[in-house]
Design a protein around this ligand. Sequence first.
Ligand code: ATP
Ligand code: MG
Length: 448
Amino acid sequence: MNFEIPDGARRILQTLNSAGHEAYLVGGCVRDLLRGVEPHDWDICTSALPEETEQCFADRRVIETGLKHGTVTVLEGDEPYEITTYRTEGPYSDSRRPDFVRFVPNLEEDLARRDFTMNAIAMDLEGNLRDPFGGVDDIKAELICCVGEPNQRFQEDGLRVMRALRFAAVFGYEIEEQTAQAVHENRTMLDRVAAERINAELCKLLAGQNAGDVLRQYPDVFCQFWPQLRPLVTLEQNNPWHCWGGWEHTIHAVEGAPTDVTLRLAMLLHDIGKPSCKSTDEKGIDHFYGHPAVSAQLADQMLRALKFDNKTRERVVLLVERHDTQLPPKSQVIRRWLNRLGSEAFFQLLEVKRADNMGQAPEKVQDRLAELDEIKAKAERILAERQCLTLKDLAVNGRDVIAAGIEPGPEVGWVLERLLERVLGGEISNERKTLLKYIYRKDEDGFG
Ligand code: ATP
Ligand code: MG
């Protein structure tokens, strides 16, 4: 696969070159071109100082994104391009941005500040590569390798520990041996990194094809920012449903879920409460009574600590809390849960239950997986038929209830709820005539 450099990026490189400055594509876009993957943005580095870059683009819209750090954003058409002056970086003491940058005259010094060899390749307009650290070979070998001395590089910015794992999970690359050892050794550097930066890398990591292998190889790194994972990593479970310990089961469950952040977070955290709920019966079998509620509580705390947005956090917590809910494949049960959770969360719950089963003894789960398919098909039919699932869908409303003789006030809502309950349960049909017959007061006995 070959991807064209967009015209906008070409024009920017040309403009800088014709004003006598060096300019290259650099970083993620060059790496992705070499991997045969379409780049999602096009970063440019240049020998021009920020003011000189601005002068070159005086006729375009220019945003002074990070002037202090040497970055100017130029709009070509509607596309923003970041143009950054060759620079080196000082330490990241606020863990967000380097304390200071120093502009440097040559490309190699700029490439040397970058994290991994695959991210330290530059390409000019003709497609010529500048690759002083052997990034092309590492891409061919599918290796993630620090530029320079790994320990030093992770100590400059602890986020690089997470970036290494993220690239391993997303690309399916191995982390080169010395870099991998330094990842383990420098994991405590994450303590100094802002939660938002860890969060962003973790989300990309979990959505990666190879997230499972990374969890398997680097549990210590995850425990560094989420110490609540520690007891799960060592949890043994002697139980006929489980052929793996807590961590390996969790990893299989993550791998069994679609590559979606909410679902993968739910799987990573669904059993986090198990260690504190463990009991062993007289036959030596382990039980984990009440673990979903404990897991949900811990998950809430962990997601808050990493500053997840409310929507993601609340949904993950709900899925964790419900992951063990018994769901017999009956229409009335399915309607009740669709009513309670809404269709989006309900289908996510089915995915969670499927993934959880993928982490259990394979010979035991075939029937359950078939049952989940049946539930999904029935739920889809219920929605396609637009069956009644909420008060809004009922064929009568509050006015009808009042007209039938119920006092206006809270009792009207109570009556409607009872009607809905019976419709969901399949006891009566959602027809006006039928529903009107079933209206009764709270202090009456009602029907059946
Ligand atoms: P993505 O495909 O996710 O955008 P990327 O490699 O482009 O990956 P960016 O965060 O966009 O990642 O960073 C652009 C480039 O800046 C990287 O390719 C790398 O050269 C450099 N870089 C980014 N973050 C760091 C860091 N923490 N330490 C060193 N270099 C970094
Ligand atoms: Mg990028």
